[in-house]
Design a binder for this molecule. Structure first.
Ligand SMILES: *Cc1c(COP(=O)(O)O)cnc(C)c1O
Length: 382
């Protein structure tokens, strides 16, 4: 049996007529930049994320950079970033003229550890970037307490967390400002690069919109120097179609996660991802942990099962950050990196495929690498 990690073609096939109609509409009315679909998507996504404002931008990395710029922090401020994320989370800090301060993730949730955040706050700290890594909401209550005490801004990097909830609230606008990526492989993906910023603060929303569009007040009148980072009409039209399915896709991801937990929970050598009480995980990724990660990955590949690694190198260990290493550089992200494996998850998977993955993982741990694909298929069937 083949189990794909991601199947954008299957997803397209399931919504093909709506997508084709949306794309045809944009080609017909030539609203390539701006226009009714961009405005429509912004309104619909704001509503979906329980945010007052949504500003479409060109990608998720720009979203973080623009959010940071809009906060108007003092130049050279320190911004706390988890040591385990995609580089965009920290890159945006440096590119904005600020200093990255890496923080430890927690050992069970892999999201930024509020206790470590507390230890790293200084007089120069201005903001915390909470990354809802893998779709798992970070502890927004603890971050809010720290942010209030030290007058820090909270930026939520929700690039992996469309549809995730923290205590009944959708992530993104729980902090001061939140950012999303619609990179094609994300839970809500465009057919190219796209991103968005959400916030309940209308001044911030207005500034983001201006920064993303050359500081423009009217066509050729500019209040300040901004940049070009706009969401285009084609992407907005595609996103509007897909947004209608997002909730059911996230629910399906949760069902699959439940299935993995039910069948893999007793495998002692495997650590399953921590589930936060009172939160809805978006399960962009289902990340398991074992010291035998590389062996497990190749074993699953031999059984036709694709897996991923997020991320092979912790941020402080990247060549890009060697200049910042010192005795306080976080350790845990580096220890976790070689042990984490992302199992396939997504609405493209059938229960049968998930059971097949579980049987293969069990075979790896209980019966060694000798089990053949046939034996696994047989154990699933019986
Ligand atoms: C994907 C991602 C980004 C960047 O989004 P792009 O749209 O690719 O620029 C930022 N942060 C995290 C955590 C991501 O996963």
């Amino acid at each position: 049996m083949k189990v794909k990690f991601l199947d954008l073609k299957a997803q397209y096939d399931s919504i093909r007529s709506d997508i084709d109609a949306a794309v045809a509409r944009i080609l017909d009315n030539c609203s390539f930049i701006g226009g009714p679909d961009v405005a429509g998507f912004e309104a619909e996504f704001a509503e979906f994320q329980h945010a007052e404002h949504c500003v479409g931008v060109a990608n998720g990395t720009d979203a973080i950079e623009i959010a940071i710029e809009a906060l108007q922090l003092e130049r050279g401020s320190e911004i706390l970033v988890p040591a385990n994320s995609f580089i965009a989370s920290s890159e945006a800090v440096s590119r904005g003229g600020h200093s990255v301060v890496f923080c430890e993730p927690t050992a069970d949730q892999y999201t930024i550890d509020p206790e470590d955040v507390a230890r790293r706050i200084t007089e120069r700290t201005a903001a915390i970037i909470g990354v809802h890594l893998y779709g798992n909401p970070c502890d927004m209550t603890a971050l809010r307490t720290l942010a209030d005490r030290h007058r820090l801004a909270i930026i939520e990097d929700a690039a992996q967390a469309h549809g995730a909830e923290w205590q009944g609230r959708r992530v993104g606008a729980i902090g001061d400002i939140g950012t999303f990526s619609f990179y094609p492989g994300k839970n809500l993906g465009a057919y190219g690069d796209a991103g968005a910023i959400v916030t309940n603060n209308s001044d911030l929303a207005k500034r983001c919109r201006m920064i993303a569009n050359h500081g423009r007040i009217e066509k050729y009148n500019h209040l300040f120097e901004g940049r070009n980072s706009r969401l285009d009409g084609l992407q907005a039209a595609v996103l509007r179609v897909k947004l209608r399915s997002l909730d059911s896709w996230v629910s399906r991801r949760n069902e699959i996660a439940f299935r993995y937990r039910a069948q893999l929970g007793d495998v002692t050598e495997l650590v399953l991802p921590g589930a936060v009480a009172n939160a809805r995980h978006a399960y962009h990724l289902f990340v398991v942990r074992t010291p035998r990660r590389d062996e497990l990955k190749s074993f699953l590949a031999e059984q036709g099962i694709e897996t991923g690694i997020h991320y092979p190198i912790a941020l402080p260990d990247l060549p890009a950050y060697q200049h910042m290493r010192d005795s306080r550089t976080p350790q845990r992200a580096s220890e976790l990196a070689p042990q984490l494996l992302s199992l396939p998850i997504g609405e493209h998977l059938s229960d049968e495929q998930v059971d097949y993955v579980c049987a293969a993982v069990r075979a790896f741990f209980h019966e060694g690498v000798a089990a053949s694909t046939d034996a696994i298929a047989h154990s699933v069937a019986s």
